[in-house]
Write a protein that binds this ligand. Structure first.
Ligand code: HEM
Length: 504
């Protein structure tokens, strides 16, 4: 019966029939292939099917999980992400269960409330602060890692560095936590540093979801680790909120516009104090965590991808270096006002995000029966209609769109030049920051942060990767940069080497 009703819900769109759905917790736990009958798409399904030549397919489970329709075309993406009446975020999303109600997973009116409170904080003032703090954090990193005393540095896994950096920036600029590279917000709690807590929260999310509360008294190391991570971080956040609430009340600065206090953290805490769009405790915690998660690993993964690609494609790196010297000559530190002038670097970032979009799958649910108009993959002309039943889940396969030869000729190649200056801004074919009303609120935040970091690094250091004998950059890319989908799309360990330009 489950299979039959699933097929009906997806309007019999062809695809995979299997035991577990792509978002089934059990599907994450069991191996990907246990014989033909127990084929399990697994968590890396979206990466593996990026070269698939269908615009629409379905995965319908017969044992556990929801039937899902996967779409991989720009036209279908616009119909789904741009259609706020027909589709919404998935009710009971795992993210809400883990961290509480928040802007990234909320539906309808609740989402509008969060957006009203948070959007004003994403201002030019914030983005220019991000630029400045990124430069400071970069310098702090050089000093703390003692790179200033070295001519060359070997990094075994780039993401260790970038995740620390982006967590520093989001914590400083979004949540007003003053941190430096060396202490790196380590004092989240006595038992576990903030960075480790976040890592455990992401990696052991399934354990948290499957473990009933009473089970945490059992003497298992994993349960202890998960419990410590969640309780440490929640009590740290509660303490920070209480401090800020006291400060706001004592200074009577509930009207941010009057005082100029309008940071993301302030806006959340002020909403907790009261007003038209009041937040309860759960909403405060959920929205703080949403910022930490949405704004940290995504940007780190983007930096990983750009730096590795520039290390492999030296000609593109040379162009980036020339641009830096041209825009900020004489070794002057570029300012936020120079941000838009780094067009080649921005093209490299955009192209890296096309090949490796951190948010590779965007999830929606039909809020009513909806008709989709499917196009022919090769020509873009209308082919047929599909009617999805209310409640059916849809995954916008961003990777599938980014690897479509119709939208991007020679899609596998790293070609920053494919982005003209105009298409850097508003080209909907790049869906790395989403599309429509739920598109990323932190787009400019992360672009300012990424550009600032890259400009500082590439100005002073040359990046290299170790190509094997006779290996081309493209072959290296395929060998080393294999996507791994966890909460976002990332990679296994990415080794790079840095050598100082003009050694002193
Ligand atoms: C390279 C870095 C980033 C990427 C690739 C990225 C990607 C995305 C995507 C694809 C969405 C839409 C999700 C959907 O439609 O289901 C999104 C939403 C969001 N992002 Fe980002 N993001 C990045 C950085 C950031 C940063 C730095 C912040 C904040 C500091 C942030 C805050 C948000 C928020 C709050 C939402 C939810 C918007 C809403 O539902 O109204 N993001 N992001």
């Amino acid at each position: 019966y489950k299979l039959w009703s699933g097929l009906k819900a997806v309007d019999y769109v062809s695809g995979i029939r299997c035991a577990f759905g792509t978002r089934s917790i059990w599907g994450f736990l069991v191996p990907e292939c246990l014989g033909r009958l127990f084929y399990n798409p697994g968590s890396n399904f979206i990466w593996d099917m990026k070269r698939s030549d269908t615009d629409i397919m379905s995965v319908v489970p017969w044992l556990h999980g929801a039937p899902v329709v996967f779409i991989s075309s720009l036209e279908l993406m616009k119909q789904i992400l741009g259609h706020s009446d027909g589709f919404d975020k998935i009710a009971d999303d795992i993210g809400t269960i883990l961290i509480g109600k928040n802007i990234a997973t909320a539906q309808k009116e609740l989402w509008k409330k969060y957006r009203r409170v948070l959007t004003p904080a994403f201002s030019n003032k914030l983005h220019s602060l991000v630029w400045k703090k990124s430069m400071q954090a970069f310098r702090g990193m050089i000093e703390a890692e003692a790179w200033d005393k070295k001519g060359a540095v070997a990094i075994s896994d780039l993401s260790d560095l970038t995740k620390k950096f982006t967590l520093d920036i989001v914590a400083t600029c979004a949540l007003d936590l003053n941190s430096t590279w060396s202490d790196s917000i380590s004092a989240a709690g006595a038992e576990m540093p903030l960075q480790k807590c976040l890592k455990v929260m992401v990696e052991d999310a399934v354990v948290r979801l499957l473990t009933p509360k009473w089970a945490y008294i059992l003497p298992f190391k994993t349960l202890k680790r998960v419990d410590t991570a969640f309780s440490t971080i929640f009590s740290f956040m509660r303490a920070q909120v209480a401090l800020r609430r006291e400060k706001i009340i004592s200074e009577d600065v509930t009207n941010g516009e009057a005082t100029g206090l309008d940071t993301i953290f302030d806006n959340i805490v002020k909403a907790n104090i009261g007003g038209k769009f009041a937040f309860d405790e759960d909403e405060v915690a959920g929205n703080i965590f949403a910022m930490l998660f949405a704004g940290h690993e995504t940007t780190a993964r983007t930096l990983d991808a750009v730096l590795a690609l520039l290390g492999a494609y030296q000609d593109e790196q040379d162009r980036a270096y020339e641009e830096i010297i041209r825009v900020a000559p004489g070794g002057r530190d570029p300012g936020y006002e120079d941000f838009e002038s780094f067009t080649h670097i921005r093209k490299c970032v955009q192209e890296a995000m096309r090949l490796y979009p951190p948010g590779s799958a965007l999830f929606r649910e039909a809020t009513q029966d909806v008709q989709l108009s499917v196009m022919k993959r090769t020509t873009g002309e209308k082919s047929h209609n599909v009617v999805l039943k209310k409640g059916t889940q849809v995954v916008v396969n961003v990777l599938g769109i980014h690897y479509s030869a119709r939208h991007f000729p020679d899609p596998e190649s790293f070609k920053p030049s494919r982005w003209s200056d105009e298409s850097l801004r508003d080209n909907p074919a790049i869906a790395a920051f989403g599309y429509g009303p739920r598109a990323c609120l932190g787009r400019k935040f992360s672009l300012a942060e990424t550009t600032s970091f890259l400009v500082m690094l590439l100005r002073d250091w040359k990046v290299d990767v170790d190509l094997a004998d006779g290996e081309t950059p493209r072959q290296w890319q395929e060998r080393v940069m294999t996507g791994q989908v966890t909460s976002v799309l990332g990679f296994g360990p990415l080794p790079i080497r840095l050598s100082r330009r003009n050694p002193q």
